[in-house]
Design a protein around this ligand. Structure first.
Ligand code: S3P
Length: 179
């Protein structure tokens, strides 16, 4: 039965964007499995290619160095089709990334409120942008600064608050893929 599900027709990939802790990797993995598409976690690829963890890249190359790697990885991953891409939370910071995403993917913003995000990111471990200072303050500041950019980059907005990953995947299928 799954083979009959429609895949996105015009844009050949699906990209999940949203704040740290929005559930992009978990939902992306499930969605890809369900649609028979390939799952790509951009941060994992960046880290593997660099031979360093994300915090190490930030430490050695600064945020700009990481963003350069991120834009490069995005360009490379979007050559093909049939992929579900989980993007790092800051992918929308560079306009060229957004243009590329919108051209080659159905872009889905996984929206989550402050409380959900705070619960999911815990003490901010492994996330260098949350490492300096109070996690709740950093989350609030970055969310306020980025919210508009996520919405503008997205073709579809799906909320993940108080919902299981399975429920979110079902909504994505219903709204984006006509199943
Ligand atoms: C970042 C989010 C992280 C990672 C890096 C920067 C951001 O990915 O790319 O730490 O700027 O929001 P997740 O959204 O998967 O945590």
């Amino acid at each position: 039965m799954w083979e009959k599900r429609k895949k996105p027709e015009k844009r050949k990939n699906i990209a999940l964007i949203g704040f740290m802790g929005a559930g992009k990797s978990t939902i992306g993995t499930l969605l890809a499995r369900r649609l028979g598409m390939r799952f790509v976690d951009l941060d994992e690829d960046i880290s593997r290619e660099a031979g360093m963890s994300i915090p190490e890249i930030f430490q050695r190359e600064g945020e700009e160095g990481f963003r350069d790697r991120e834009s490069r990885a995005l360009r490379e991953k979007l050559h093909g089709e049939g992929k579900v891409l989980a993007c790092g939370g800051g992918i929308i910071l560079r306009p060229e990334n957004v243009d590329l995403l919108r051209e080659r993917c159905t872009v889905i913003y996984l929206q989550a409120g402050r409380e959900t995000i705070l619960q999911r990111v815990g003490g901010g471990e492994g996330r260098p942008l949350l490492a300096a200072g109070d996690v709740a303050e950093r989350v609030e500041e970055l969310m306020a600064r980025r919210e508009e950019a996520y919405r503008r980059a997205a073709h579809v907005v799906v909320t993940t608050d108080e919902r299981t990953p399975e429920e979110v995947v079902e909504e994505i299928e219903r709204r984006c893929l006509g199943s």
